[in-house]
Design a protein around this ligand. Structure first.
Ligand code: GLA
Length: 384
């Protein structure tokens, strides 16, 4: 852990804030704009302004020509473009072509979520004898970092000096922001390998003890076409247990076996096969089977229409599997198609929901002097 403190300090010291390099800040569109090559495999365009800050959209392109686009607003993955089994290219994540789409507050499309991803019950927690009150932005609970979480902040960007196209994002969350204690300095690095691995590496340090749970909220539809639901995708999750929830979707504190339930994805299963037996659809944290905290495979998602497979690897103990239950036709995807219920799914690597109030769950408390460091890799491949 100690060496990671140095690593994070190093990343902060290295950060060259190229976000301030100018560009047309009033234009919200990603079309008809000149892109600047920042480094081989990495380009950027101006993407408008919000919170009084310029926003940029970066494109990482690997040797195969596959691309991931990331906005400095919310650290949002807006596109992940790759060919399907017939060589037709489209994006496997939900998103928009312009910043204005994201300012309309879609439900966390592609975003970096923090300071605490997922829910905190009754929007409060007690740490070292002090009770902290958070915004109740999801019924009586707090969801995804509060009213203005990390997904609605403009992050500083720098391009890593690495042979793999990579983007480093920094954000400093002030002491008391959204009710959380301590100034938290966060670094997230996205990289796209030539093997189509989108790696997300999260680091943070604090000056006061604080809960922390960072994740990415990409919504995947491997067909790249939201007129197909994800109910025909097949999923494996390496989890013999999950954390049941109450009616407000707060974990009850129990850890239950999936065997004999619709939550058993230990062998590949069609998502739609048993979803009708789960009230509201899947929106649950799975307790990953693991012996240590190394990077290991957590889930495998496949789709026969596109021939694509997406593997998820993580160092985290949990995976929130969410089947887009609340998607309701209010938003329209890149390709102009309406995003209806189950048009996409999320696999959010994380600590367990409501950990600050569940002492038996793995601790999510970061203390001064320690460094938070987690890694998640989404690996895409295509067959016949
Ligand atoms: C998470 C939650 C869901 C929902 C979505 C956003 O995945 O678990 O219940 O709130 O975010 O709509």
């Amino acid at each position: 852990m100690k060496r990671l403190v140095c690593y994070t300090a190093f990343l902060f010291a290295l950060t060259v804030n190229i976000s301030s390099c100018g560009g047309n800040s009033s234009n919200n569109s990603s079309t008809n704009m000149d892109s600047t090559t920042v480094k081989k495999g990495t380009t950027k365009i101006s993407w408008g302004q919000t919170n009084g800050k310029d926003v940029f959209l970066y494109t990482l392109t690997n040797a195969k020509g596959n691309q991931v686009k990331i906005s400095t607003y919310g650290g949002i993955v807006t596109h992940w473009i790759s060919p399907d089994k017939n060589g037709n290219k489209n994006s496997i994540v939900l998103g928009f072509d312009s910043l204005s789409g994201y300012l309309a507050k879609p439900p966390y499309f592609g975003a970096l979520v923090g300071r605490y991803g997922n829910r905190i019950g009754d929007a409060q927690f007690t740490l070292d004898g002090k009770t902290y009150k958070l915004a109740a932005n999801n019924g009586k609970n707090s969801l995804h970092g509060g009213l203005k979480g990390f997904d609605k902040q403009v992050w500083d960007a720098s391009v890593a000096n690495d042979s793999t196209p990579a983007l480093t994002l920094n954000y400093v969350s002030k002491d008391g922001e959204e009710g959380f204690p301590g100034t938290l300095k966060v670094t997230v690095q996205y990289s796209l390998s030539d093997d189509d691995e989108l790696k997300i590496e999260y680091s943070a340090v604090t000056d006061k003890a604080t809960p922390i749970n960072l994740t990415n909220h990409s919504y995947f539809n491997l067909t790249g076409d939201v007129s197909n639901t994800i109910l025909n995708h097949t999923l494996t999750i390496h989890a013999a247990n999950y954390t049941p929830v109450d009616t407000s979707l707060i974990t009850t504190g129990e850890i239950k076996a999936v065997k004999g339930t619709p939550f058993d994805f230990t062998v590949p299963e069609k998502i739609g096969a048993r979803i009708g037996q789960v009230t509201g659809g899947y929106d649950h944290n799975f307790v990953l089977d693991r012996k240590d905290s190394s990077l290991q495979q957590a889930a495998v998602l496949t789709d026969s229409i596109s021939g694509r497979t997406l593997e998820v690897f993580t160092t985290e103990p949990g995976l929130q599997f969410y089947t887009g239950n609340f998607l309701d036709g209010k938003f329209t995807n890149h390709d102009g198609k309406v995003i209806n219920q189950h048009a996409a799914l999320c696999m959010e690597t994380q600590h367990f929901p409501d950990s600050p109030n569940k002492p038996k769950f793995p601790s999510c408390i970061l203390k001064p002097g320690a460094t938070y460091h987690t890694v998640t890799v989404y690996k895409l491949s295509v067959g016949k």
